[in-house]
Design a protein around this ligand. Structure first.
Ligand code: ITT
Length: 197
């Protein structure tokens, strides 16, 4: 069986990825299986570039197929910020709560109808000695004025997904994966991987 290494240190992302790829004939490993591996800086201006940098680094050091996710929230009223800086919006290592607080502060004068945003997810797959693939998908929603729900991670408690009448943090993981930026991208990656196996 072929191995694929998930090039992410974010355990929430890893479980969403495993939920959608887990039944493929692949041995799924994570960075925990390669503790000595050092990840490169994510200094690309776009999600696709960062996803590729992470997947290339992991495929290069492990010799296995690597899959990386670079994702974030683009808020229209903030000109697309925090974008590629979503994980470190409130500073390096600040964490989800501080990021959400800063987002609410920056949007405090913005009325509900102008609080539109999109989650964006780029997934890169690098096959050693083979090709590189990148897919990108998004999911639109609105930023609430206070958090709702206990599930998910990151900005999920503030991201209201209108068709479900709920935030991503109020939806169960399966429901979120059906409509999310990551779920959509992973279903395309799934087809691609199935063709390679
Ligand atoms: P890796 O680079 O190790 O994969 P990371 O968390 O640093 O982990 P990113 O640089 O891609 O990943 O930053 C993604 C950030 O965007 C993440 O930390 C969240 O703040 C936000 N984000 C992405 N997808 C999300 C989702 O489905 N729900 C909520 N927030 C999300």
């Amino acid at each position: 069986m072929k191995t694929i290494v998930l090039a992410t240190g974010n355990s929430h992302k890893a479980s969403e990825i495993k939920a959608l790829l887990g039944d493929l004939p692949l041995d799924i490993k994570t960075l925990r299986d390669y503790p000595a591996l050092v990840m490169p800086p994510e200094d690309s201006p776009d999600f696709a570039g960062n996803a590729l940098v992470k997947a290339e680094a992991v495929a290069g050091s492990t010799g296995e197929i690597a899959l990386a996710d670079d994702s974030g929230l683009a808020v229209d009223a903030l000109g697309g910020r925090p974008g590629v800086f979503s994980a470190r919006f409130a500073g390096e290592g600040a964490g989800d709560e501080a990021n959400n607080r800063l987002l609410l502060r920056e949007l405090k004068d913005i009325p509900p109808e102008k609080r539109t945003a999109a989650f964006i997810c780029a997934i890169a797959v690098v096959v050693p000695g083979g090709k590189n693939y990148v897919v990108e998908e998004s999911c639109r929603g609105k930023i609430l004025e206070s958090p709702r729900g206990e599930g998910g991670f990151g900005y999920d408690p503030l991201f209201y997904y209108e068709p479900a009448g709920a935030t991503f943090a109020e939806m169960d993981p399966g429901e979120k994966n059906k409509v999310s930026h990551r779920g959509k991208a992973l279903r395309r990656v799934r087809e691609l991987l199935a063709g390679l196996l």
